[in-house]
Design a protein around this ligand. Structure first.
Ligand SMILES: NC(=O)c1ccc[n+]([C@@H]2O[C@H](COP(=O)([O-])OP(=O)(O)OC[C@H]3O[C@@H](n4cnc5c(N)ncnc54)[C@H](O)[C@@H]3O)[C@@H](O)[C@H]2O)c1
Ligand SMILES: O=C(O)C(=O)C[C@]1(C(=O)O)C=C[C@@H](O)C=C1
Length: 306
C-alpha cells in the first residue's frame, strides 16, 4: 500500500490516534503526520516515544496545511476542537473523526467545517480498555470494521480516499447512516459497557464478597467485565451523554429481558432459560464465523480480507 495523503494531523493523542499513527507508518500511508493533544504531559510523552513526525503546541499549528485532519478526542470535546481549528483548515482538505457516537459529532462538528472542506465522520470498531499515547499499536485495526458515516452530498472522492486510508491501516470499511450507527453501537458496545460497569460496581458494593475474593476467584466472565469496566471514564461518560436515546432504548429492552429471566429462575422455568441460552449461543457462533473475535481459537476461519 502506498501513500494516500500528504500531511495528516492527529488531534488528541490517545489510543486511537496513536494506533493510527503506527498503522499509517507501517505501510507509508502519509508523508508527514503532525500531532496535538491538550495536555503538555501527553505532548511530551508523544515526543519521547516518537509518536508523529512533529508534535505541535496548538491544534491550529497541527492542522495547518494538512490534507486530512483526524479528531480523536472524547466525543464531548469534538465541537470545541472543530471550532478551534476551523479557520486554519486548508481548502480541499478532509476532516474526519473517530468518535464512538455519530449523530452528535455530525451536529457538533458539521457547522464549523468551512465550505470547500470535506467532512467524512468515521468510527473504527476496535479498541482496548487502555488509553493515552503509549497504548496504541499498529495492528489495532487489522481485520476490524471501520464505519464511515458521510452526511448526504459528501464528495464521493473524499469518501473513497478515506476508505483507502482505513483499508491501508488493515480495516474492513462500510458506510452507514448516523442514526442507524448509533442504534447498532448502543446494542453492540454502549449498553454492554454500561452493564459491565454496573456488574463490577455491584461486586464492589456486595460486602459479603470481599474484594480479595472477587480478585482471587475472578472467573473468566467476570474478568472480562472488569477489563471493560477499566475503560476511560471521560470517553464513556461522553458516549452515554451523547447517545442517550438509543442507549436508553436498548437498556429498556435489556431490563425487560432481565426481568423475564429473573422470573424464569424464580418459577423454575428451565425451558425458558434453555431456549434463551440456545438462541444466544447461536449469536456467539455467528460472531466467530464472521471473524470478529480475535481471541477465539478458530479466528480466521471466517470472512477472508480482500
Ligand atoms: N478506546 C476505544 O476503544 C475507542 C474505540 C473506537 C473509538 N473511540 C473513540 O475515539 C476517540 C478517542 O478515544 P481514545 O480511546 O483514543 O481516547 P484516549 O483517552 O486514549 O485519548 C484521548 C486524547 O484526547 C485528548 N484530549 C481530550 N480533550 C482534548 C481537547 N479538547 N483537545 C485536544 N486533545 C484533547 C486527551 O488528552 C487524550 O490524549 C473518542 O471519541 C472515542 O469515543 C475509542
Ligand atoms: O475492545 C474493547 O475494549 C472495546 O471496548 C472496543 C470498543 C467496543 O465496544 O467494541 C469500544 C468502543 C468503541 O467505540 C469501539 C470499540
Amino acid at each position: 500500500m502506498s501513500q494516500v495523503y500528504g500531511r495528516v494531523a492527529l488531534i488528541g493523542l490517545g489510543l486511537i490516534a496513536s494506533s493510527m499513527f503506527w498503522a499509517m507508518r507501517r505501510t507509508g500511508l502519509a508523508t508527514e503526520v503532525t500531532g496535538y493533544s491538550r495536555s503538555q504531559e501527553t505532548r511530551d510523552t508523544a515526543t519521547r516515544i516518537g509518536l508523529c513526525d512533529r508534535i505541535c503546541d496548538t491544534a491550529a499549528e497541527a492542522v495547518e496545511g494538512a490534507d486530512l485532519v483526524v479528531l480523536a478526542v472524547p466525543v464531548g470535546a469534538m465541537g470545541d476542537v472543530a471550532a478551534e481549528i476551523a479557520p486554519m483548515l486548508k481548502p480541499g482538505a478532509t476532516v474526519t473523526d473517530v468518535g464512538s457516537v455519530k449523530r452528535h459529532v455530525i451536529e457538533a462538528v458539521g457547522p464549523h467545517v468551512p465550505d470547500g472542506v470535506h467532512f467524512v465522520p468515521g468510527h473504527p470498531l476496535a479498541g482496548t480498555e487502555h488509553s493515552g499515547p503509549e497504548s496504541g499499536f499498529a495492528e489495532l485495526f487489522d481485520n476490524r470494521w471501520t464505519l464511515l458515516v458521510p452526511p448526504e452530498g459528501t464528495d464521493p472522492a473524499a469518501i473513497d480516499r478515506l476508505r483507502a486510508l482505513w483499508e491501508g491501516m488493515g480495516a474492513l470499511v462500510d458506510e452507514m447512516d448516523a442514526d442507524h450507527h448509533d442504534l447498532v453501537l448502543a446494542v453492540t458496545s454502549h449498553a454492554p459497557h454500561l452493564i459491565a460497569y454496573t456488574m463490577v460496581g455491584v461486586a464492589d458494593d456486595l460486602r459479603r464478597v470481599t474484594d480479595t475474593e472477587v480478585i482471587k476467584y475472578s472467573a473468566a466472565g467476570f474478568r472480562d467485565f472488569t477489563r471493560i469496566a477499566a475503560s476511560d471514564p471521560t470517553m464513556w461518560r461522553d458516549v452515554f451523554l451523547t447517545n442517550k436515546d438509543a442507549t436508553l432504548e436498548i437498556l429498556g429492552r435489556f431490563t425487560e429481558e432481565l426481568f423475564a429471566l429473573q422470573r424464569a429462575i424464580r418459577t423454575g422455568d428451565g425451558g425458558h432459560l434453555h431456549d434463551y441460552f440456545t438462541r444466544t449461543r447461536a449469536i456467539r457462533r455467528g460472531v466467530i464465523e464472521a471473524g470478529q473475535d480475535t481471541d477465539a481459537p478458530d479466528f480466521g476461519r471466517g470472512r477472508a480480507k480482500t
